[in-house]
Design a binder for this molecule. Structure first.
Ligand code: HEM
Ligand code: HEM
Length: 189
């Protein structure tokens, strides 16, 4: 990729939040038997997911707003069919399938952290329902994370673009004329 022509897509805050969130979730899963580090890392993951959800409603940049990257069933299904035929359009932000995955990950993290925090209180300690919710959300995340990485790998291969590198540098190849765009990243996003 011509670095000079690359456009900013992911701001520093989003990139730091992403890799910290990924690290906290993966470490909470490795430490699934509980304990103080499982709880601390889980709280941190929950706070980052909550911040990203607020940004999803309030950010001005299109690639960060849920309203622009969470697409309806018709568009998402159309994208999946185009992908099967090898004719899917490139998206500078999240593609429609990726958008739903992001939402699922953020919801699963929020439920895992929220139920974990509840379970740790005197009132709900030992409560079977709260623990069942925590367990389901935790293991759901363990299933979603590899699917997310698979989606990243397939899109990187299809678009001939290293998306992991883009999540590190924040920059991507510009959109082709008429392609799906994104807005400038506001300071601090
Ligand atoms: C459980 C661990 C993970 C969670 C919860 C997670 C969550 C997320 C979220 C919420 C986003 C959206 C970023 C935003 O719009 O703010 C995202 C995007 C992304 N993640 Fe992860 N992630 C995880 C692990 C990983 C790993 C291990 C990789 C690397 C292989 C990765 C690579 C990416 C990339 C490249 C994007 C941008 C996708 C795009 O260009 O549309 N993630 N992830
Ligand atoms: C992203 C956040 C989190 C994830 C992915 C996660 C995941 C998990 C998983 C997979 C288990 C094992 C369930 C089983 O099969 O029995 C577990 C257990 C547990 N978690 Fe979490 N958790 C998270 C956050 C939290 C938080 C914030 C707390 C408390 C403040 C917490 C407290 C616990 C406790 C007390 C256990 C039971 C350990 C035991 O005695 O077996 N978790 N968690």
């Amino acid at each position: 990729m011509n670095r000079a022509a690359a456009v900013p897509v992911w701001g520093l805050a989003v990139r730091v939040a992403h890799w910290t969130l990924a690290g906290c979730v993966l470490a909470s899963l490795v430490l699934y038997q509980g304990g103080s580090w499982h709880e601390r890392l889980g709280y941190a993951a929950g706070l980052i997911a909550a911040w990203r959800c607020v940004m999803g409603f309030r950010a001005s940049a299109a690639q960060l707003r849920f309203g622009s990257f969470i697409r309806g069933p018709a568009v998402t299904w159309g994208y999946a069919r185009a992908l099967r035929r090898g004719r899917e359009p490139r998206h500078l932000g999240h593609n429609p399938l990726g958008g739903w995955m992001i939402l699922a990950l953020l919801l699963a993290v929020s439920v895992a952290a929220g139920s974990g925090a509840l379970y740790a209180t005197d009132r709900y300690w030992g409560d079977d329902t709260v623990y069942a919710v925590h367990r389901a959300a935790g293991w759901l995340l363990a299933a979603l994370a590899p699917l997310h990485v698979l989606g990243v790998a397939v899109t990187s291969w299809r678009q001939r673009e290293n998306l992991v590198l883009a999540m590190l540098t924040g920059r991507k190849r510009p959109a082709a004329p008429g392609g799906s765009g994104c807005s400038p990243v506001p300071p601090g996003a």
